[in-house]
Design a protein around this ligand. Structure first.
Ligand SMILES: C[S@@+](CC[C@H](N)C(=O)[O-])C[C@H]1O[C@@H](n2cnc3c(N)ncnc32)[C@H](O)[C@@H]1O
Length: 485
């Protein structure tokens, strides 16, 4: 099946338009960076056509975050009073005390007026970071292979909800649909649901999926929006709960969990204290530790119970993500009642996460409290907590993985795909392909690289992990079935 899917996938799109390799990845603990120029194309922010500008400045980033856990000494430039800063200070003032890091993170990312994601395209060279779907078309194609294989295992139902959580520019879904468009039985079964909180990104996804309203809707039936890429209906929602139930469902969450707000706890002489965000005498944001147990302590206790004493004993900091636990519960319940499965790919750990929250603005790490709303905040995903949450929610689901992205894409056949694409491309496209391939599956610096040191592609093959939650009726999904052999 895999080989057949890979051979039959339709014409490559981005490979055959001149495109340089994207500048760098989001969320490396350290990496070399290079900045691509804005394309001359006025529509360049719509997915493709990034071009390298070799003379642009480059930098190597190494971050000292030691001050992060030393609240009294924490200091930084006073934030300019943007609407979001005023709003955050207003909450702290009227609440009469500090807010949790989770509440701060949620406001910074998704405040409906001024959140980081809400009003603009934050991806690519002109944005703040680059993600795997933006690195290479092969990423979305491989996710398409995974979804089609699961659909086969589900017995090829003729109606399926395909849900993507946090689709960004929509690039993953574009590549998935383009490459799956020859498999009519599959694409004709799909109703796509995009879960996106940002009106600006919803608009971009609508454009990139080449969506249009259906001309003549049937009587008494709501007008549908159809993607011209494979003739599939597409709907937008702001939460998974809004997706209608009753149909088997395939859920994709790529770099979604890392954007969910985390609570941070620190071990102190009086026990575990929650780290909070306050305003100091200079009217700057600062971290303080809670004096009393906070509501999130319930989640900390739950997480510690799952982990066991030995793992916790070694840690002085712990992050917990109640929203990730709740989302996983919703996913597991949906899959349990409707059938299907979910694929979660993100960077993270298969265990308790200690201190991972980071801020990235324009491809550089910055202080978490600096100019809130102008930098992405993200945290490592705790895959072990996802597994526990799913199993706790339903006995009908099985959890597989996590396995490394490298293993996941490799087992799905990305090697065959890159070979096939290399058969028919220019030298420039071949370089872009090889670089993209390394970035998706490699570990560390690319050994084949002959260009400038500061532009060496860094692989994200082992830092990113893949996990599947499936209805047990479906059996073990590819490629997790190979793990057991
Ligand atoms: C890190 S980006 C990942 C984008 C895309 N999956 C990719 O890999 O390129 C996170 C995405 O999730 C969306 N998002 C973040 N928090 C959300 C929330 N609470 N509800 C809905 N969408 C959210 C953002 O707007 C963005 O589209």
């Amino acid at each position: 099946m895999l080989r057949r899917l890979l051979q039959q996938a339709s014409t490559p799109r981005r490979l055959f338009s001149p495109q340089s390799s994207p500048p760098l990845f989001k969320k490396c603990s350290h990496f070399s960076s290079s900045f691509s120029s804005k394309s001359q194309n006025p529509n360049s922010h719509f997915v493709e056509h990034l071009e390298d500008q070799p003379n642009q400045p480059t930098s190597t980033i190494s971050i000292d975050r030691s001050a992060l856990y030393n609240p009294p000494e924490h200091s930084h430039e006073p934030s300019s009073e943007s609407e979001l800063v005023k709003h955050l200070k207003g909450i702290i003032k009227f609440r009469g005390g500090p807010i949790s890091v989770a509440e701060y993170m949620e406001e910074v990312l998704t405040n409906p007026k001024a959140g980081f994601y809400i009003n603009r395209d934050v991806f690519g060279a002109e944005g703040d970071f680059v993600t795997s779907p933006e690195v290479s078309q092969m990423f979305g194609e491989m996710i398409g292979v995974w979804a089609m294989c699961l659909w086969e295992q589900m017995g090829q139902p003729n109606r399926v909800n395909l849900v993507e959580l946090g689709p960004g520019r929509g690039t993953l879904m574009v590549d998935l649909l383009r490459s799956a468009s020859k498999f009519k039985n599959f694409t004709e079964s799909l109703h796509i649901h995009m879960i996106e909180c940002s009106p600006a990104l919803q608009k971009l996804q609508h454009h990139n999926l080449k969506c249009a309203d259906e001309d003549s809707p049937r009587e008494n039936v709501e007008k549908r929006t159809i993607s011209a890429l494979a003739g599939t209906p597409v709907s937008w929602h702001t939460a998974l709960e809004q997706v209608p139930s009753g149909l088997p469902t395939i859920i994709i969450a790529h770099e979604f969990y890392d954007a969910l707000p985390v609570h941070q706890f620190q071990r102190a002489s009086r026990g575990w204290c929650e780290k909070m965000v306050d305003v100091d005498e200079d009217s700057s944001f600062c971290f303080v530790l809670s004096l009393h147990p906070t509501p999130a302590t319930v989640y900390l206790m739950k997480r510690c119970k799952w982990a066991g004493l030995d793992e916790i004993k070694k840690l002085n900091h712990i992050e917990v993500c109640p929203k990730a636990m709740d989302l996983t519960r919703t996913i597991a319940e949906k899959i349990s009642s409707d059938g299907g499965g979910a694929l979660i790919i993100d960077y993270g750990l298969n265990g308790v996460v200690s201190d991972s929250l980071q801020a990235i603005r324009k491809h550089k790490f910055v202080d978490i409290l600096d100019k809130p709303g102008s930098a992405d905040l993200s945290a490592y995903v705790d895959f072990d907590a996802i597994r526990h949450s799913a199993k706790e929610a339903s006995e009908d689901v099985a959890v597989h993985g996590p396995m490394t992205q490298s293993m996941f894409l490799g087992s799905l056949g990305i090697n065959f795909r890159v070979e096939a694409l290399l058969q028919n491309c220019t030298d420039e496209q071949a370089e872009s392909l090889r670089t993209g391939y390394w970035r998706l599956v490699g570990e560390g610096e690319a050994p084949f690289w002959e260009g400038p040191d500061e532009k060496v592609p860094i692989g994200m093959g082992t830092r990113y992990l893949a996990m599947a939650i499936v209805n047990k009726k479906q059996g073990v999904p590819v490629p997790f079935n190979e793990e057991k052999r």
